[in-house]
Design a protein around this ligand. Sequence first.
Ligand code: AHG
Ligand code: MN
Ligand code: MN
Ligand code: MN
Length: 336
Amino acid sequence: MNHKEKVMTLDEFTIQELRNYPGATGQLSGLLRDIGLAAKRVNVEVNKAGIADILGEAGKTNVQGESVKKLDEFANAQFINSLRTSIYCCGVASEEEEHFIAFTDEHSKKSKYVVLLDPLDGSSNIDVNVSIGTIFSVYRRLSPEGEECNLEDFLQPGTQQIAAGYIIYGSSTMMVYATRRSVQGFTLDPSIGEFCLSHPNLKCPAESDIFSVNVGYYYLYDDKVRQSIDHFMARDENDRIYRHRFVGCMVAEIHRTLIQGGIFMYPAFGKYKSGRLRLCYECNPMSFIMEKAGGMSMANSRQRLLELKPVQLHQRVPIFIGSKNMMETWKDIMNK
Ligand code: AHG
Ligand code: MN
Ligand code: MN
Ligand code: MN
């Protein structure tokens, strides 16, 4: 049998899902296809980044106080324009935009979904040809359909997500997304320019030997966090050996953790009193995906991250996320 004949594209898969769920209106499927299309356009630019004039800093500072790389701007514009052009989204909030954007045309206003975006994650990796990504999160609006969406539509707890996903621009380009039902992974087949279902029903292994944290800040973390890191570091050859990985791109860390298992931490430290990663654009979507894949995600040893109620679009939060058993062990150490 020809393998390729059986591989479903993202478009085919989302349409197939509609057949399985007769109550569905197709809006979420349409939205996921729009995001997939924007991702393909960004992927083309990512691949050209080494030779095109989009390499390097754009010379501005974003609302997070970080210098903005040109690809950040390109990806931001691309995703927002795709969502604006389509009819499946009534507004967008982005890491790169100070305020949320409400779409004002009649079709968009009738849509029931808002989208939150980190258009380009891990941007410091661009110049050194290491993986980068995009993260997205979808909520059903609270405001009435037909009106412009408002800030409260974007500030819902992560538990309310309808879908969340990421694109990883790596040795191959993949789109992974979770709905309330499952986590599905698609790999871009460059020969046909389509995302193809390659990782159906992704599950995060409950056990693993990988831990991931920026140990450069080790002495800045609080005592308990340091103790939990110590647990994963062998002191002699009789200790259980864990492997340490840190890419500097949350999408890459979470993607590895989903496939190989492990624990990824981004604790608070020094000037990042609330951690560095953003609740709405990074931590909520990744936590939703991880939980749907059977893993866990916490903001501290007692607080499930998805239950936090955001008060600001750009707020940051510490995150501890990964394989179920490793997270249980981590919690025990923290709560001792
Ligand atoms: P972004 O490029 O969207 O600003 O996010 C980068 C983030 C995250 O992906 C990564 O885990 C973290 O920054 C790395 O920060 P440090 O190098 O300070 O650990
Ligand atoms: Mn940034
Ligand atoms: Mn990011
Ligand atoms: Mn970013």
